[in-house]
Ligand binder design. Sequence first.
Ligand code: GCU
Length: 632
Amino acid sequence: MKHLLSLLFLFIASAIHAEDGSQLWLRYGTNAKSATVIANTASPTIAIATDELRQHFRGATVSLLKDRALQPEAFAVNTADGKVTITAGDDFGLLYGTYELLRQQETGGVHNLQTAPKYPLRVLNHWDNLDLSVERGYAGKSIWRWEEIDGQNGTMSEWMQQRVRQYCRANASIGINGSVLNNVNASPNILTTDYLMKVKVLADAFRPYGIRVYLSINFASPMVLGATTTADPLDSSVAKWWCAKADEIYQLIPDFGGFLVKANSEGQPGPGDYHRTHADGANMLAAALKPHKGIVMWRSFVYGANHKGEDRVMQAVSEFKPMDGKFADNVILQSKNGPLDFQPREPYAPIFDNIKKTPQMAELQITQEYLGQSLHLVYLAPMWKEFFSFVSPDLLKGIAGVANIGDTDGWCGHPFSQANWYAFGRLAWNPDMTSEAIANEWLQQTFTGEKAFIEAMGEVMMSSREACVDYMMPLGLHHIFKFDHHYGPEPDGFKAEYPIEWCPVYYHKADKDGVGFERTTKGTGATKQYRQPYSKIYDSLETCPEEYLLWFHHVAWDFKMKNGKTLWQNLQVHYDRGVSEVARYCDVWQQMRPYVDAARWQHVADLLDTQLDNAREWRNVCLNYFGSFAGK
Ligand code: GCU
């Protein structure tokens, strides 16, 4: 019987043709060519919408109606008597409505819906270098193959054309409307005329899909490029250079979005090099962009420069709070969701409590730098929703996501990492969506609508982030990663020649008495940066949520926790649970064979094996290490 069943499975599986993931969640299946599309407006954007509907919509008639009275980008889908009408304030809204209609078709049926984006800024941040390497990229090289873009003639190679088209479709289908093309550790060369002409080619290709181009800039660009002798933001030759550069960019790209800036952070140049403030630097750039309606997204990710010796997680507030109100009105402060650096779990970043006058954006990391990279199945939406449960989405002007995209066929390395790109877009449009709903629709579009598959894998996705926290760093442990590559465990990591903030031992402070970083009023006082009631809750050992325990407290090994077990026993429970969860995912995936094409099934099966090995390594290394202090 068992033998027969597996034969049957094999038969069904081989009938599902092999896929490489390159279609992402846009596997509309049919080449329907059945719909009649009527539009009351014409543009390249409407041509794309019409084409998508003709190719893929299985209904009879769709009307695209522009109604200028409506808010830009917002749209409504209405269906009556087999006829669908999409109404929107602009052509981009009609395109978003088109992708929504196709999504509905693939995920359970066309229905009425009215929706508007929560934020005007829904932006991917690519950490792509001009040499095609990708900082913290785990899916091949950059998709921006600069050599294959001819700036003079405005053309791209065949590969680029296809890749860019699919990139734009994917982003438009989830409402992403901005793309920062290059790494925040930016090369000044991106601002040379040669590169700007190539950037223009991309911007022209993105435009009909509603995606604006932004660039990360190196603060010292005018000086490094040899045009000035300083990069001092208060020097008139510097300000003048930036104005002229902005003019040049807008000549080429009239809807250019603006600059993203990492300044005086991890060795990057900035206004601090000239004893100027971040506000001085940001405002100088903002003035250059202002006549063109461009913005500056200034990152608050700074440590080590002006606040040496201070607890790293406190430094952004220390630096930026006194500057609140001093920024020009086209500057947005962009902060990571947590105060440290994209750990599997961090408390929210208190900068969101402290900045009152300056517009703020949240920076989320889609690429799983600290969550198993492209080798672990970890669905990030629950982590981002956790952030939104502390920081009201109403507080923000936009969302940025550090992209996990590379030039591999499947875009993101792990087939399930595509879900994080997808979820980022969906949440940036509507942060009220549940993680379950997003996982559900992604699974249906990316794999199959089979109920058994959706239920099983939906559960795996939903529990995967907590499993990762458990096998890597439970109970508020953080940054005990192997040096530099941030993949495996290295709790004993210390290198005298590096800044202490890069060393795991700085973060866990394990000794014979206990483990954890005392950030209460008895320690560094980081808890004071939080609004009430969190400040009070986190400050007390009795009330601090256990998931943040060792983030805020140095706790005795035999401290009795809520379940009556000691801290040391609980650490073991968490690490064991993390490992057994991944073992369970491997079993679940075995059952999924009938539902998935052989190529993707095998790929995920192999990756889950790796994840299980890694989870065991994390548990063994960490428990051995901490056990040596806990005296077990
Ligand atoms: C992390 C990451 C770096 C990155 C930095 C940033 O530290 O490891 O590669 O440059 O964040 O966000 O600027």
